[in-house]
Design a protein around this ligand. Sequence first.
Ligand code: AMP
Ligand code: ZN
Length: 463
Amino acid sequence: MDLKLYNTLSRSKETFVPIKKNKASIYSCGPTVYNYAHIGNLRTYVFMDVLRRILQYCGYEVTSVMNITDVGHLLSDRDTGDDKMVKAAKEQNKTPEEIAQYYTSIFFKDIERLNILCPQFTPKATEHIAEMIEVVKALLDKGFAYETADGIYFDISKFPNYGKLSRANLEEQLAGARVNVNTGKRHPADFALWKKAEPNHIMQWQSPWGMGYPGWHIECTAMSNKYLGDVFDIHTGGIDHVPIHHENEIAQAESWLGKKAVNYWMHSEFMLVNGGKMSKHLKNTYTVDDLIEKGYSPMEFRYLCLNVQYRQKLNFTWESMESAKMAYQRLATHLYEHKQSAAKTDKKVLDGFLKEFDEAISDDLNVPMAMGVLWKMIKLPASKDVYETALVMDKVFALDFDKVQAAPQATQDAPQEIIDLANLRKQARKDKNWAESDRLRDEIASKGYRIKDTADGFELEKS
Ligand code: AMP
Ligand code: ZN
């Protein structure tokens, strides 16, 4: 099966040709662990996961690496402001290590809940300082970098292709950007490979240039090289990384190695909220826990993500979340009916659906179209074969089709009056009207039923 992937570098869909036969290597820019990952960040990791699953579905043995940024990512991607980790540590009166540990463990829990396969390697920046220093030393030796009073900077004038990924006019992009005179940078777009630390800076390491800490971009070059080698297949990240972070990675890696390090650059578009930017600064971000609190399961959120192709913006609204929930539940009900049926379906018919499914996913991961194929297929008369074919498709969707089940018998058998009360309570909980939700639980109890809250809503039991 020919797999076509959109390469940001060529601005076109290209047939994926791996470096090593039947193998694929992926490096994904991971989270900066100074805060909770919001659902926009997580959309980017759902994309990373779908890419990996599709490659596996196509028969590739995938090696996947995702870094954990626990040092060096300053408030501005252009190396100004405090380190995000240091700022969070000061604000929360914790050490940067405590901050990193706390948010990293929550991040791993979040990706597990979303059925995002954990990459085989998840290296932390702070555990790879020596590797980063080696790359910086080599760049200095080869004349691609220079030292200032404040750090070591990459000299973009030595890399004539600077800007080839974003195709941005550098002068225009930087118009109005202030050159920080203290850094002694030769060009405003020269970027920090290493920063010299003030004595009271709380994260610093010994280096040939005195105590300091690495720049953000160098970690991805050092760690991708360590785990995947000089040249690897695919590098992923959010679209915001194109103009600075990935441009800088290309410049430093290609200068260091003297050759192209990455064959395919893939970027996922942003998630918006009510049509606007989702950002921690605007306080309009939500976490997986926020969704669960409002009665939406991680699988329903994954379903929402899968229905928008990764290169399209995804506008999150509570209405769209509710529609995803309803659709996912309908899907599960249909699948359960197929699962229960002993009837057969002509293999040729199902192979036809699988062929359409393959065509969709191999066209630059068109998962929404693949989902359309699934919906068409489940309209067939009930049959176990349809369910088995859906399970094959679920190797890509990863929507827990193997776990579909009927509502518990007691819930199905409860009188309509009790179910109506339970639905009212579900709404009260969504509205955070806790007094009303408690009152309704008591009323349900007085009528002989116990209610249990679940990720999907509720279950009822005779008490
Ligand atoms: P950070 O933890 O801030 O380094 O971001 C982690 C990942 O999330 C990066 O790949 C970003 O490009 C991506 N990202 C940030 N904001 C959004 C958003 N609103 N929608 C989708 N991806 C995002
Ligand atoms: Zn990166």
